[in-house]
Design a protein around this ligand. Structure first.
Ligand code: ADP
Ligand code: MG
Length: 422
């Protein structure tokens, strides 16, 4: 039993030598608290300015933020919503991660209803959908009072039937009208369209044309693939404005690393970027190497940083030298490859990408397609998407064809070879 205490103390020693209280990195922006998000958010100035400028106008806008997974779409919209909440009077903001098998109007309806806590109708609507409301509903309360005094407990145990709204778009418009009586502006952010199959996203957007034309502001996030051309460019009039989040430059990534580390240092030892101490336990050199390997993708910085620090604390490394960093990268490779839920087909495709360094319609053979049990390369898109979500492979910038390569979180065969020959 004391062993646990010993281990904990040992970890304490190493973390206090590093001058940090815990590992600051996280995979997804939505799990961070607002205060922490504010502390670590770095860069994207140009994009933020573009979006904030839109809020200088009274006319409502529909905004699309798109980019590959991990590029920082969720973080970007959340800092904007945080800001609007803090600074803009009479603005109601609502955020929702698009639930599976849900149309956009229903998602928007749920998001808005959740924010209208004092609106009986909104709360009723949520209840009918089987969603939890913060306040007990009046109707039920009165039933309890009239019929079964003292048996309030029974009411809450009653199972609620889930009723999808029959006309989500109309319900949304009704609710919006009610919201706009109290607020000048209603901003609805629907996140995670990037986690859906691209063909479905397209359909969802087309189906949501009516809702998008309503009087609310919308911020949606998506995947570049499947959203291109006709949808993004306002040809169809779906969006007024779209921004693509691209990889972040190295200097900004370094600043980001410093901010993450500062966020877990005591108030009394906050360092500026110029101070070499700011990246402790990294050295300036290994901090740069870490940023470089992250390739401008904030999520990769978070995942690599997390695994490197985990490894370093395990082996009691006071300073992250290039050797320790390398061990951290090897550990990352093991962890990312060892993710659960991968099927044999997923591994076949992953191995093809690793063997070839780069995989596309151009260099996949008929035999390889057969092994994957498909006839055409386009049929493996769902596998590609899954491996991209898992940070195993990345899509290469190519507008006309699907081309993929390993991410820097895993080692390519060349790297493994050079590693073992060392
Ligand atoms: N500009 C940024 N500054 C600091 N951290 C960021 C930034 N953008 C993203 N992150 C972090 O990187 C991780 C992935 O970002 P996220 O917004 O979830 O990506 P996406 O939604 O595009 O998949 C999260 O932990 C998030 O907090
Ligand atoms: Mg996201």
């Amino acid at each position: 039993m004391n062993e646990l205490d010993d281990i904990w103390d040992e970890l304490n020693v190493i973390y206090s030598k590093w001058g940090i209280e815990e590992i600051p990195f996280s995979e997804s922006a939505s799990t961070l608290k607002e205060s922490r998000r504010k502390k670590v958010f770095t860069g994207r100035r140009k994009e933020l300015k573009e979006v904030l400028n839109l809020f200088r106008a009274i006319e409502r806008k529909r905004i699309l933020i798109y980019g590959w997974i991990g590029m920082g779409k969720t973080a970007f919209i959340l800092v904007i919503l945080d800001f609007l909440n803090r600074k803009m009077e009479k603005t109601l903001t609502a955020y929702i991660s698009l639930p599976a098998d849900t149309d956009l109007a229903t998602a928007a309806l749920i998001a808005l209803a959740r924010q209208m806590k004092n609106d009986e109708w909104a709360q009723n609507l949520l209840n009918q959908m089987g969603l939890i409301t913060e306040k007990p509903l009046k109707q039920r309360e009165s039933k309890a009072k009239a019929g079964l005094p003292g048996l309030g407990g029974e009411i809450s145990e009653k199972t609620i039937e889930i009723n999808e709204p029959r006309f989500p778009e109309l319900s949304f418009e009704d609710l919006l009208k009610r919201a706009l009586k109290e607020y000048d502006r209603v901003v609805i952010a629907i996140d995670d369209l990037d986690k859906q199959d691209p063909a479905r996203v397209k359909q969802l957007l087309l189906d949501a044309q009516g809702m998008l034309k309503s009087g609310a502001w919308f911020i949606l996030t998506g995947h570049p693939f499947g959203l291109t051309r006709d949808l993004v460019i306002s040809e169809r009039g779906l969006f007024d404005f779209s921004i693509k989040l691209e990889p972040i430059d190295q200097a900004t990534m370094y600043k980001m690393l410093v901010k993450y580390l500062n966020s877990v240092r005591p108030q009394t030892s906050q360092y500026s970027v110029e101070n070499p101490q700011a990246v402790k336990p990294f050295t300036k050199e290994t901090a740069r190497m870490l940023c470089q390997r992250s390739s401008g993708v904030p999520r990769w910085l978070n995942r690599l940083g997390n695994y490197v620090l985990q490894k370093a604390s395990e082996i009691n490394a006071e300073i992250i030298t290039t050797e320790i960093l390398q061990q951290g990268f090897i550990f990352t490779n093991q962890q990312v490859r060892g993710q659960l839920g991968l099927t044999p087909e997923d591994f076949i495709l992953l191995n093809l990408v690793l063997e070839k360094g780069q995989l596309s319609d151009e260099n996949i053979t008929l035999e390889e397609l057969q092994k994957l049990k498909v006839q055409e390369f386009s049929e493996v898109i769902h596998i590609i998407d899954k491996l991209v979500q898992a940070d195993l492979i990345r899509r290469l910038p190519n507008d006309t064809a699907i081309e993929v390569a390993p991410t820097p979180l895993i080692f390519s065969y060349q790297e493994i070879e050079s590693e073992s020959s060392n």
